[in-house]
Write a protein that binds this ligand. Sequence first.
Ligand SMILES: *[C@@H]1O[C@H](CO)[C@@H](O)[C@H](O)[C@H]1NC(C)=O
Ligand SMILES: *[C@@H]1O[C@H](CO)[C@@H](O)[C@H](O)[C@H]1NC(C)=O
Length: 340
Amino acid sequence: MDCIKFIVYGILFSALSFVGKTTSPASLGLIGDSADVTRPTSGGTVLVGGGRDVDAAMQWMIKKSGGGDFVIIRATGTDAYNSYIYNLGSVNSVETLLINSRTLANDPQVEATIRRAEAVFIAGGDQANYVNYWKDTRVEDALNYLRNMKQVPIGGTSAGCAILGRTYFSAINGTVTSSEALANPYNRYVTLGYDDFLSQPYLSNVITDTHFNNPDRRGRLITFLARMNKDYGVIGRGIGIDESTALCIEFDGTSKVFGSGIVFFLSQNGLNNQPEKCVSGSSLDWYRNRQAITIYKIAGNESGSESFDLKTWSPISGDDVYQYYYVNRGTLGIFFDDKK
Ligand SMILES: *[C@@H]1O[C@H](CO)[C@@H](O)[C@H](O)[C@H]1NC(C)=O
Ligand SMILES: *[C@@H]1O[C@H](CO)[C@@H](O)[C@H](O)[C@H]1NC(C)=O
């Protein structure tokens, strides 16, 4: 019995691997139909906070993909997403591309595979690889084409999420802790990129950070906001996402939170409330009467019933409790305004 099963599986597996041969030199393999299909899609962006994948967010992407071809891109790791996504819903194919050089990122066949996709998900890893290998290449062009012209869903988790904002922490000098960032916002590890890589609607003045259930992520994200304001003259805004949690942004800028954690929406409290001191070699000072940065926290669950509007930067449902972060000479504080 087992022997027959084994033979049947063997035949099925060989059939799959035969179908799975593609022309893309970066392919780690494909599950499903290797012929390209065209399906009606709708645009969207998914920010995942790392840790366990959020099934509901992947299913949201599958729906928006119209059941077309789902492509995973990464610079390290395996094809483990192929079977995971293939088993979550109905898609024509799932293929993983390992793009770990600028040569591959400029390969016309790699570019064509991405442009033909109806959904793309960027795996976790180290975002410095994505910046070093993909920025100013055909991969960058293809991703921007997909989200802004073809209108397909794009998502990313952890490092894959970190590069989706127009301002992003590139980590090209390695990671940075909150205490390092708050002690010197121009520390050589606080490496930001701005308006030179990926372009997602509603994230044009936003920086993202993940693993946000770790309290050590807060001070550094607030330092990034201070730098956004100081260096680029925009209101510093950030989205911090807990592990096992996903923010799904619709074509109209409304968004839903799926998963078990919380999404934090942090914003400089108006353009006038700039950091009191954000200079090289000194600790950050961003006090503004303890109301420097407004905080909205939106909790996720299975049905994604809590939502936030990125167009107006306000909750549609969920938490609205008047909390603020401030930084007093390099020390992060939180203020609850009872009077509101
Ligand atoms: C990265 O580190 C190098 C060496 O210390 C430094 O020269 C460079 O300015 C740093 N990059 C940024 C963006 O701070
Ligand atoms: C999600 O949260 C909302 C609001 O708290 C609640 O009404 C809903 O029942 C929850 N759904 C699930 C599946 O937990």
